[in-house]
Write a protein that binds this ligand. Structure first.
Ligand code: PGA
Length: 257
């Protein structure tokens, strides 16, 4: 099947990097490098405090703005959290949900990932839902079961219509920030399994239309091979998204196929 039906999405995940001043510079750099590019969506998911500064730079450009987390309640006594409406109000179009660092360090569970995804979708945000196995889980041979389960639970009560606003990022934990990338075949295999489970829940048409990214040490050198795979519809990029020229190489690679 051709990937033509699906839009590739290249999203930078800046994680806990960049003060607002630095973020402005990086966003300007990214803009300079990717302006005029066609054929893939470009997103930068920035720390909360950087959102206003980056919003100013990317407004009216091809770069879309995203956050890295969102709370599942609309408002109330949730110290330190931000709601989906708040993110929308400051110009976010996307939000990452369920990144493995949030699952690992902040006790995020499949259930809270689902609640956050629903809150974001119901507020009109697009979500990038992260799933992926640890090294131990891969070695135990449970990657497929685990990723199927994470995907299914994350999407509980998400409607077929809302799936148009869902991106799934397959991010093997052992490949994140380690320099150890999954091989293109490993990425393709699991992205295909994710598409299969989406097909089981929502039917073939939704599965074929859903963007499934790979993330985990994707960089300027390995992006072309990863993105050439038919079920890999883009990337969620950490380290390499902090250098505008490297990020631009990945965007370029995504515009090709
Ligand atoms: P990395 O991070 O590219 O630095 O491995 C990817 C991610 O965590 O989204």
């Amino acid at each position: 099947m051709s990937t033509k039906k699906r839009r590739k999405v290249i999203a930078g995940n800046w994680k806990m990097n960049m003060t607002p001043t630095e973020a402005k510079e990086l966003a300007k750099g990214v803009y300079e490098q990717v302006k005029g590019k066609k054929g893939c969506d470009v997103v930068v998911c920035v720390p909360f405090v950087d959102i206003p500064a980056v919003a100013q730079i990317v407004k009216g450009t091809i770069i879309k703005l995203g956050a890295q987390n969102v709370h599942f309640e609309e408002k109330g006594a949730y110290t330190g959290e931000l709601s989906a409406d708040m993110l929308k109000a400051v110009g976010c179009e996307y939000v990452i949900v369920g990144h493995s660092e949030r699952r690992q360090y902040f006790a995020e569970t499949d259930q809270t990932v689902n609640k956050r995804a629903l809150a974001a979708l119901n507020a009109g945000l697009k979500v990038i839902i992260c799933v992926g196995e640890s090294l131990q889980q891969r070695e135990e041979g449970v990657t497929e079961e685990l990723v199927r389960m994470q995907t299914k639970i994350a999407l509980r009560d998400v409607t077929a219509e809302q799936m148009a606003n869902v991106v799934i990022a397959y991010e093997p934990i052992w490949a994140i920030g380690t320099g150890k990338t999954a091989t293109a075949d490993q990425a393709e295999e699991v992205c295909g399994q994710i598409r299969k489970v989406i097909g089981e829940v929502y039917g073939e048409a939704v599965a074929e239309a859903t963007t499934v990214q790979y993330g985990g040490s994707m960089n300027a050198k390995n992006c072309e091979e990863l993105l050439s795979k038919k079920d890999v519809d883009g990337g969620l990029i950490g380290g390499a998204s902090l250098k505008a020229p490297d990020f631009a190489v990945i965007v370029n690679a995504a515009t090709k196929g």
